[in-house]
Design a protein around this ligand. Structure first.
Ligand SMILES: Nc1ncnc2c1ncn2[C@@H]1O[C@H](COP(=O)(O)OP(=O)(O)OP(=O)(O)O)[C@@H](O)[C@H]1O
Length: 287
């Protein structure tokens, strides 16, 4: 088993008014990474650069332990990428698209394709461009799964998808992860997806990774504490994310450390509550 399915080092991409990176990222087997950030923070650009759909300006990217030559296709055949790249083939029916795409993958499974087409109720005779946005998302999702990839890079795969299909997609992603050797990078704005699928969370802001956390660590360490008072040492502590003075309330990203500091300052803790994942994500994206 390779120790790293994808490794990016010092990767950059510059547009006229936006720069991605320099950025390091590693994807290990068995891990689902939720890539989050406000609109325009660079999530799609990052996935496109990783997939070589968009040429990077500098940096190194390895897939499956190797730095591939740009003409090599072997690594691309082991990665499932959903990033709205099928629009150019919109004049084809879904069935014709499948004929085209399947030829490119030696490990393509028609059986799995047929199962998923039934599961998501896709009409193979419909032209791709005539499919609704949500249906196009489902079709792209199906294509990413049918060639037995080891790594999925998914750009908001459930955006615009009906709730029943969203649930099915979540189930399919959890099944995909079952053998513990695969991985997913999932750009998403959906807290429920992060909650139910992701193990790690990477936060992008203005093209840079500003946080990278294990999800369980977040929910253990972030808390809101109501106190009798707030001294300067507490206010200025690096683990205090926000405070209010009336009534005294502190938001921290390290509960153990803050409890120690508060005790040392002889301040009384009146009440304490762990933050929900949603609240923490709002702080991470907003600050
Ligand atoms: N072809 C392009 N030319 C110039 N700038 C671009 C191009 N494509 C994207 N950008 C800019 O790059 C920045 C990042 O865009 P990107 O689509 O990667 O963000 P995102 O985090 O995926 O956003 P969202 O959550 O809205 O999908 C934006 O400021 C966008 O305007």
């Amino acid at each position: 088993m390779v120790s790293s399915l994808m490794q990016a080092k010092e990767v950059t991409k510059k547009y006229k008014r936006f720069s991605l990176g320099p950025l390091d990222m590693e994807v290990e087997p068995g891990i689902v990474i939720g890539l989050i950030g406000s609109n325009g923070s660079g999530k799609s650009t990052l996935l496109r650069v990783l997939m070589d759909v968009l040429k990077r300006d500098s940096g190194h990217i390895k897939f499956f332990g190797q730095e591939w030559h740009e003409d090599d296709v072997e690594w691309k055949q082991k990665v499932g990428y959903a990033g709205e790249i099928l629009d150019a083939y919109g004049f084809l029916t879904v069935g014709e698209l499948k004929d085209l795409i399947s030829r490119w993958y030696p490990s393509w499974s028609n059986e799995q394709f047929e199962t998923l087409v039934k599961r998501y109720k896709i009409d193979l005779k419909e032209k791709y461009r005539r499919c609704s946005k949500g249906t196009q998302k489902k079709i792209e999702f199906i294509f990413t799964l049918c060639h037995n990839p080891s790594l999925l890079l998914l750009d908001e795969p459930t955006a615009g998808v009906d709730i029943v299909s969203q649930r099915k997609m979540k189930e399919d992603l959890l099944n995909f992860m079952e053998d513990g050797e695969k991985a997913i990078v999932l750009a998403t704005h959906t807290v429920d997806e992060i909650n139910s699928i992701c193990d790690e969370i990477v936060v992008l802001e203005s093209g840079r990774i500003i946080h990278s956390f294990n999800k369980d660590e977040i929910t253990e360490n972030w808390a809101r504490i109501w106190t009798s008072d707030i001294g300067e040492n507490v206010k200025n502590h690096p683990n205090v994310i926000q405070y209010y003075s009336n009534p005294c309330q502190i938001v921290t990203n390290d509960l153990d450390t803050l409890e120690g500091i508060i005790q040392k300052e002889q301040i009384t803790i009146n009440h304490m509550q762990r933050l929900s994942l949603e609240e923490v994500l709002e702080f991470l994206i907003d600050n």
